[in-house]
Design a protein around this ligand. Structure first.
Ligand SMILES: [Fe+2]
Ligand SMILES: [Fe+2]
Length: 237
């Protein structure tokens, strides 16, 4: 049984901490690999949605605290977009308009109810865990590392947040259906992860990460997350 205020309390505390924290050093001049710039431009678009559809879907749950949490979650994602735009500016690069992969992703999510939307969103957040780790460790720029670590800190909270909701949503469905949904979700995740690995391969390579290891590592993170949804296993973060 979900306790009142359980969903939003952590987001509220994190927002207060963020306000008290100094901003990244925006006077820094970043020297980024051109492939990393192109890759960050695409991720910046992905992080910048207004979340209107997700907020509307969350309202259908009938839990005001969960709705508040989703609004705070969307604000954190918009803060990621803002910081990535700052990185691009520091490297003398522009932000970009919609990228095809983002357009596909947004359309896919809009076709869905909350449960499916969270499943697709969770895949993006798990991809982000491995992607920003690569940028933080191998991007070779202090500002990029700082921003990536801040985003990672949020994503390490977002993934269990989405998984907890999904765990509730799938509570009580019968074993054959659980197995089917889990396998379908994993197949979709693998497809997305392979597309990201191919599309962002040059940037990952510039950060010292092969496409193959990106896929293997990200699917391990996915399997850990899926276990928390379907097998009630506590998540390692
Ligand atoms: Fe994000
Ligand atoms: Fe996130």
């Amino acid at each position: 049984m979900t306790e009142p205020h359980e969903w939003s309390a952590e987001f509220t505390a994190r927002a207060a901490r963020r306000t008290a924290e100094p901003e990244p050093d925006w006077t820094h001049v970043s020297r980024l690999h051109p492939a990393v710039v192109r890759s960050v431009q695409k991720f910046q678009v992905g992080e910048s949605g207004d979340g209107a559809h997700l907020i509307a879907n969350a309202a259908t749950v009938g839990d005001r605290d969960y709705e508040t949490a989703i609004r705070l979650f969307v604000a954190e994602e918009q803060n990621h977009a803002r910081m990535l735009a700052g990185i691009l500016r520091s490297a003398g690069a522009q932000t970009k308009g919609a990228h095809w992969s983002d357009t596909v992703f947004v359309h896919l999510r809009r076709l869905m109810g909350l449960k499916l939307e969270l499943m697709v969103l969770a895949i993006a957040e798990i991809v982000a865990l491995r992607y920003y780790r690569a940028l933080a460790d191998g991007g070779g720029d202090d500002l990029l590392t700082d921003v990536s670590e801040r985003i990672l800190d949020d994503e390490r909270h977002h993934v269990p947040f989405q998984c907890r909701r999904l765990n509730l949503a799938f509570d009580g469905i019968r074993a054959p259906a659980r197995i089917f949904v889990k396998n379908a979700w994993r197949t979709l995740a693998l497809g997305v992860v392979v597309v990201v690995a191919v599309d962002h391969g040059p940037a990952l390579r510039a950060c010292g990460v092969t496409r193959r290891s990106f896929v293997v590592d990200t699917m391990q993170l996915f399997d850990d997350a899926a276990a928390t949804v379907f097998d009630g296993v506590l998540m390692r973060v």
